[in-house]
Design a protein around this ligand. Sequence first.
Ligand SMILES: [Cu+2]
Length: 148
Amino acid sequence: MKKLENKTKAEVVWIVAVLTILVWAAVSNAAYLHDNSSSIANPVGGNPQGVVINVTGYQWAWTFTYPNGTSSIDNLSLKAGTTYTLVITSKDVIHDLYIPEFGVNVYAVAGHTNQITFTPTKAGTYIFECVEYCGEYHYEMRGTVTVT
Ligand SMILES: [Cu+2]
């Protein structure tokens, strides 16, 4: 009987310890999302803010088309302090544009647009890549973001 009681105590301690960790994770995650939600606005179908850049993913590259009609392949040129909305689609299969530095991760789906708004704050060269396996040369769907 004594042994069983000790086990019960140990179980309670474990349950409380695990619950404490889970509650802490949930609260800190909610706090992080609350604090950072304004830097990345991603209202699907909302009004695009700032400079609109149309992004098309296809097997196996990305095209960026700027408001003046020019476009670039596998290089996105931005200016620090300017707000941009990327309007993203695909020509073929599903791709996923991932720019880790800006917290951008958006699916590119044919016949549909997704958008994301962000403001780069620091000049530099950053990487982006497709993070949805999209065929033989998936690994080539990467490039640079140049912020000046
Ligand atoms: Cu892809």
